[in-house]
Ligand binder design. Sequence first.
Ligand code: NGQ
Ligand code: ZN
Length: 463
Amino acid sequence: MQNSYRQGYFAKRALLPQGWAHNVRFTIQNGLIYDIAPDSKEQNQDVLLSGPVLPTLANLHSHAFQRVMAGVAEVSLNPSDSFWSWRDLMYKVVQKLTPNDVQVIATQLYIDMLKAGYSQVGEFHYLHHGVGGNAYQQPAEMAMQLLQAADQSGIGITLLPVLYSHSGFGGQIPNAGQVRFIHSCDSYLALHHACEKAISGDRSNDVRHKLGICFHSLRAVTKEQIETVLESLNKSMPIHIHIAEQQKEVQDCLNWSGLRPVQWLHNEIGLDERWCLVHATHLDNSELNAIASSNSVAGLCPTTEANLGDGIFPAVAYENAKGRWGIGSDSHVSLSVIEELRSLEYSQRLRDQQRNRLHCAAQNHIGDHLFQQALLGGNQACDVSLGLALGNRADFMVLDSKHPFIDASESKDLLNRWVFACNENLIKDVFVAGQQVICDFKHEYEESSQKAFTQVIKKIMYK
Ligand code: NGQ
Ligand code: ZN
């Protein structure tokens, strides 16, 4: 898949792990960065990159199918509209989707992610079965649609097949809206092996595809199930779970176990750097410190969390405790790295009635700090190495040098300009594992993908 020829690239400025550098020359071989040096000279056969070069990010939390309903739940139907009434609507959409629909939706979604500066997607995949809950002959049928969508778009995917068995704490039986999600431990392990086979078959040489373990939430699995799965599967894969997103979930967990969700997970299972705790919105101090000191990643999805009315993640306190975090676009009401980062910072400002909340001793530029943290957290949660450094996967994006803010800004201001003062898309070119997937703002298959997606939206939402 990747090119074994070694190609050179040259950028007048590029964001390296140590900060902005000038006259950066790097070469790529087999999809990886073979060498990289600032203060270099352009060489004859080099590709000249036309603007500032940045790493792309991993989008650590996605439910691809939800893109089809993005924006239509913004209708007041009841004074008590909530996360839970949104979920009822989402379950209705779920009942209609065919494997081909999922592939069409995901392909367009992944193209849009690439255009937004994400080059890896953590796909939290729980729509496993046919209508009515009938298992497909091939247990990984739906997962394979997602892998194909990733292949067509050129994005890297960290496939996270989800174990989902129950509707509430203490092993409650699933409800009618959940029948397409449900696995026992045994059937989950079979699914996981089928996914592994799908990835390690034709795609085994592909540095873009990864596999992880996933529990939908503490509502959906029992302690015994978590233990069995973790015991049965490879010990190095990332582990994702939704946790403590809504106050009701915290309260239900307390009623069931006497413990708050993160406390329960920390005490009963244990946390380490393999874990990505998605949302983790509602934390007391001891939970916040437990996540931070375990080196787990908090999987923050600021635009979805705002859209669903979850609450405000305590990011200032969490960063003071040296907590790691990354970003995800989750329900896909927004596909924009900058909007996720900006929303996170602004939520802290609105709560604290202060400015400039997220920064660190080494970095007082908010945009730079946010971008760097999201890069590291996304890498850890999705099991990838993005970032312009030797040996890393050769993923990067080029910003539009024609834009006055990009052209005129000194490097120290560039990320702040982009994150806080630009709404138009300034991502001109995107490369994944050395292959150019976005060229002058466009994706090769964009037109046909958009046509197919339009038909699926009409069929699912308006027929
Ligand atoms: C999901 N999404 O599984 O898609 C969830 C909602 C639930 C978010 N938490 C459903 N954003 O948690 O039960
Ligand atoms: Zn989610």
